[in-house]
Design a protein around this ligand. Sequence first.
Ligand code: NAG
Ligand code: NAG
Ligand code: NAG
Ligand code: NAG
Ligand code: NAG
Ligand code: NAG
Ligand code: NAG
Ligand code: NAG
Ligand code: NAG
Ligand code: NAG
Ligand code: NAG
Ligand code: NAG
Length: 503
Amino acid sequence: MVFIIMILLLGLSQSQGCQPYGIRLFLGHYFSYLRNTQDVIRIVFNTQTECKEQFILEVFDNSSVEKLMISKLSYYETQLLNMTQIYENNDTTHFTYETFIHTFKISLGHINLNSSTSYNYTITSEKNSILSGPYKFDIPMTENEQKILVFGDMDSNWIQNYSKDTFDWLENEVKDDKRYDAILFTGDMAYDLESKNCEQGDYWLRNISVFTKRYPFMAAPGNHDWGNNTYFDFFRANFGSLFLKDYNTDHYLNDFFSFDLGMVHIIQFNPIKAVYQNDIYNITHLIVEQMRNDLILANQNRERVPWIIVYTHYPIYCTVPQNDQCKNNFKYLSAFEDLFVEFKVDLYLSGHVHTYQRNKPYYKNATSKYTQKDNVISQYSYPVQIIEGAGGTDYGTQNQTYPNGPFMEIQNPDHGIGIITIKNSTHLYFQHITVSNNKIIDSIWLERSSQEITSNRDIFEIVMWVLFAILMVITGVSIYFKKNQSKKQKKKLLDDSLIMTVD
Ligand SMILES: *[C@@H]1O[C@H](CO)[C@@H](O)[C@H](O)[C@H]1NC(C)=O
Ligand SMILES: *[C@@H]1O[C@H](CO)[C@@H](O)[C@H](O)[C@H]1NC(C)=O
Ligand SMILES: *[C@@H]1O[C@H](CO)[C@@H](O)[C@H](O)[C@H]1NC(C)=O
Ligand SMILES: *[C@@H]1O[C@H](CO)[C@@H](O)[C@H](O)[C@H]1NC(C)=O
Ligand SMILES: *[C@@H]1O[C@H](CO)[C@@H](O)[C@H](O)[C@H]1NC(C)=O
Ligand SMILES: *[C@@H]1O[C@H](CO)[C@@H](O)[C@H](O)[C@H]1NC(C)=O
Ligand SMILES: *[C@@H]1O[C@H](CO)[C@@H](O)[C@H](O)[C@H]1NC(C)=O
Ligand SMILES: *[C@@H]1O[C@H](CO)[C@@H](O)[C@H](O)[C@H]1NC(C)=O
Ligand SMILES: *[C@@H]1O[C@H](CO)[C@@H](O)[C@H](O)[C@H]1NC(C)=O
Ligand SMILES: *[C@@H]1O[C@H](CO)[C@@H](O)[C@H](O)[C@H]1NC(C)=O
Ligand SMILES: *[C@@H]1O[C@H](CO)[C@@H](O)[C@H](O)[C@H]1NC(C)=O
Ligand SMILES: *[C@@H]1O[C@H](CO)[C@@H](O)[C@H](O)[C@H]1NC(C)=O
């Protein structure tokens, strides 16, 4: 009798070990400069035990019941994240945590964008029973307007339940089948990702799948995501970022990536070494170089992809008292600031401070040129900066605003989320929503005039034409004067001769 129960328990724990959890979507390298058609959308989940090759991914066109694709046709990999091993030889920190990360990649060949840009997917077992789903994903399209969610600094600890209102809001958007092309997460999750033997991060993955199973989750790493060894192991393994290999070094974790979402080019960078002033291996200039190269390409492509948004965990201008970063980030990040001006970045998003805050265009600790009429901002020579750090967390002070700064337009402590809508090539709409009552408490338009879109090459051409015109005028004027002069000389000669005759 006891024997039979034990077998049953063993069977149960085995199946739990293979139950997918933390289901999440990421945009693949189809959207980065690699334009890899084999890697459009990634569907990622975890299991406690290895469960190798035990899953089938089924994808449906929403208009037919016919399965379009099963995993056998798709890229699939299982990766062990063995934190036990990572901390094995650490003098101060030891713990046991293993998780298996499963990644499916949807390729362009598996779907037919001509017939639909919305698909359902399920994760099933080899024996064809549904383990999870059906869920839905959308492929971001260039033709439509793009809608992007932005928020950060959020946990799922449920001690004070401070993030519950944000979770509920997101869950409702999924239920109402709202379409968003991506989530830009501005960093700091779970407080901390690797705390309590990574249990904190593991619970976070399980909790966020409520919305990450529906919307691609593109995360910037924050200072609470780096783990005790500061290597971001849990973050990098679990949050499928679009890293490029070129700049990987031992000391540089390549925390830079970018992607195009329809009409907007989005750049994520992680300047943690610069803002904490511990860049002992001098890697910040590598990120600057990488961003410059990226922005050169983005600017060449500006006619097709006119908008540029940069996001990260760290704000440049904030007013938390006695905070070194709020005082000095404009110095620590000045090389990046210069790039934002040179390449006309439109919007800078961050988290870190647990409020909503919108700043004026600001550069080198002073107002930067811009025009504002009602809530329409145009002719800006520096990006509008927004802090979205109010996802809700037990950590730190709650419901607090900070002293006013000369750069500040609005500050609000309530838990909230930003929504960016790229309407077309000249109009971007930004709204901030308080999640507890779904009220829009702030909204602005960014307007790019056609003049602003003028590229450097065009400016060069204009300068050359102006120079040419000036040259023509000078030539014309000098010919006129030459003619006049010779007339005068002739007249003089005539006069002379007249005089002579008179004489
Ligand atoms: C994880 O690492 C630990 C320590 O090195 C090792 O004992 C364990 O077998 C590893 N787990 C797996 C699944 O490889
Ligand atoms: C990480 O380090 C801090 C102090 O350095 C310690 O309190 C904490 O328990 C460590 N975390 C783990 C998972 O060991
Ligand atoms: C989709 O439409 C384009 C142009 O209309 C065509 O070139 C392409 O072959 C179509 N793709 C599929 C998979 O039908
Ligand atoms: C399928 O998705 C398209 C958008 O791609 C939508 O217009 C249509 O209503 C959806 N159909 C169903 C049956 O859900
Ligand atoms: C797609 O999934 C949604 C739930 O996310 C469900 O309501 C709908 O019926 C599914 N459509 C198909 C064709 O499976
Ligand atoms: C969410 O996290 C909490 C604790 O942080 C945990 O108790 C709960 O089980 C998690 N939810 C899910 C669905 O795993
Ligand atoms: C948090 O929410 C849970 C479930 O809704 C509830 O049981 C718990 O009492 C709440 N805790 C606080 C501090 O409000
Ligand atoms: C070990 O952990 C400590 C913090 O607990 C960290 O400072 C140190 O860099 C880690 N060592 C290695 C080799 O990862
Ligand atoms: C860091 O590297 C840059 C570029 O190579 C160099 O100009 C700078 O002097 C270096 N800084 C330090 C502190 O080594
Ligand atoms: C930056 O500007 C603020 C307010 O205008 C001023 O108080 C502060 O001294 C300035 N910082 C530096 C380093 O110039
Ligand atoms: C903070 O704001 C939330 C709603 O955003 C509210 O539920 C909570 O009671 C507030 N807490 C304090 C300490 O004011
Ligand atoms: C772009 O969108 C704005 C706001 O919806 C609208 O006023 C403007 O006419 C649009 N421009 C073009 C070229 O469609």
